[in-house]
Design a protein around this ligand. Structure first.
Ligand SMILES: Cc1cc2nc3c(=O)[nH]c(=O)nc-3n(C[C@H](O)[C@H](O)[C@H](O)COP(=O)(O)O)c2cc1C
Ligand SMILES: [Fe+2]
Ligand SMILES: [Fe+2]
Length: 392
């Protein structure tokens, strides 16, 4: 695709990835994604902000064919989906310098063949004059990696945010048109990439609130012509507010755990608590991550397999622990045949979750009336806790 004009002398370049179905070899991409690169032609200097994965360099190269001179390439984030083509771009423009932060410099040199002489380091708040346009660099650590920064184009009030405010959607829209669709994709993105750094993201949101922003141009997804839409969504996700929802990831081989899951779900719903079920043998793990963004409670359902939790449940628990959701309560339910350590193993896997653990319900074989009573009590406890803390 040809470069697309955003404003006079400001263009969107990059690659729309309609085909990829997995990001970071981890999170499903039901709608593909995009890797955006931005070209700004100032009256004196021309810059390219970020590049694309090296395997897509030829797309970027074709878009640069009418750009005779590039003074600077700016790397906002060292990860390969944005930095991968930097060596090829620098080879195309041997006089161009690479601008990045000191932290990113180290990371970039660790992963790409880039010579130290070509790098100019900028610090937080530093500006770069392009003649009639001025870019200001704002350090926003952990809006994916520790080195991430964003760039604010002062005259045009555009925030180039890289992964911050990213969304995985492949579309030919240059600007966001369907906010509901983008909300879903951006929440998936936040859940996978940003949720573990929620408190720092909150500080970064405060930091950028000092800027008057007309457009946010991220490196995945579309440009936001109404920045408050995506900023407010992030404020909500990082806030301490929790929903009156139980996230229930589970596996069941012979249906006993599933009977427990169904009973607990029905009992919780009767008490006014919402439940989101995730059968971990078929679930889209991105949907689970999204549900974890604001759920009040997690209940893990597992049969005992070879003395411990089912391996898919181990995966789900490991992921939940790594994503550090703000969840407040956790319990474990499941069925076993003769014995094992499912609860102990799972409890030991979630040190990052600052939760109150509610009494697990582990039963032998197919659930009996007594087992359903224990599940009814668990539902009652969860409903009462949610009500007490005002989860909505
Ligand atoms: C592959 C496999 C391994 C199992 N390993 C154990 C085990 O180590 N300890 C145990 O108590 N039960 C074990 N069981 C029995 C199950 O935990 C038991 O059948 C349970 O009721 C299954 O729950 P489900 O119907 O939700 O799958 C195993 C079952 C299977 C199929
Ligand atoms: Fe990233
Ligand atoms: Fe990225």
């Amino acid at each position: 695709m040809e470069p697309r004009k955003i404003r006079d002398n400001i263009y969107s370049l990059g690659f729309i990835d309609w085909d990829s179905r997995l990001f970071d070899a981890l999170i499903p991409l039901p709608d593909g994604t995009s890797y955006n690169s931005y070209l700004i032609e100032g009256s004196e200097k021309t810059v390219l902000i970020d590049t694309v994965e090296s395997s897509h360099f030829h797309e970027l190269e074709a878009q640069l064919k009418n750009v005779p001179k590039l003074d600077y390439v700016i790397s906002l984030h060292a990860e390969q989906d944005h930095s991968g083509s930097i060596p090829q771009v620098l080879a195309l423009y041997p006089d161009a310098k690479l601008i990045t932060s000191a932290k990113a410099k180290g990371l970039l040199m660790d992963i790409l063949p880039i010579s130290e002489e070509s790098i100019i380091i900028v610090s937080d708040g530093e500006t770069l004059s392009l003649g009639d346009k001025t870019l200001e660099f704002i350090f926003t650590p952990w809006v994916h990696w520790p080195e991430t920064m964003v760039a604010y184009l002062q005259e045009d009030k555009i925030l180039f945010s890289c992964d911050f405010f990213g969304a995985h959607i492949a579309t030919t829209d240059l600007f966001v048109t369907d906010e509901a669709r983008v909300y879903e994709a951006a929440k998936r993105y936040y859940a996978e990439v940003m949720m573990p750094f929620r408190k720092i993201i909150d500080k970064n949101l405060d930091k950028i609130s000092a800027y008057d922003i007309d457009l946010i141009a991220p490196s995945h997804g579309q440009i936001y012509p109404r920045p408050s839409f995506i900023i407010d969504a992030h404020k909500e996700w990082v806030s301490s507010r929790l929903k009156n929802t139980v996230v229930l990831p589970y596996v069941s081989m012979h249906h006993s755990t599933k009977m427990m899951v169904d009973f607990l779900t029905s009992s919780l719903v009767k008490k006014g608590v919402n439940v989101e079920l995730f059968n971990l043998t078929v679930t889209d793990i991105g949907k689970l991550a999204m549900a974890l963004v604001d759920a009040g409670t997690i209940v893990i359902g597992t049969p005992t397999v070879l003395s411990g939790p089912h391996p898919n449940v181990v995966y789900g628990a490991y992921l939940a622990n790594a994503l550090r959701p703000k969840v407040k309560f956790l319990s474990i339910i499941g069925s076993y045949g003769w014995g094992g350590k499912s609860v102990e193993i799972l409890a030991g896997m979630i040190p990052n979750l600052k939760v109150e653990v509610l009494d697990p319900v582990l039963i032998k074989g197919v659930p009996t009336d007594l087992d359903f009573e224990a599940l009814e009590n668990l539902a009652q406890t969860i409903a009462a806790k949610h009500q007490e803390l005002g989860f909505e």
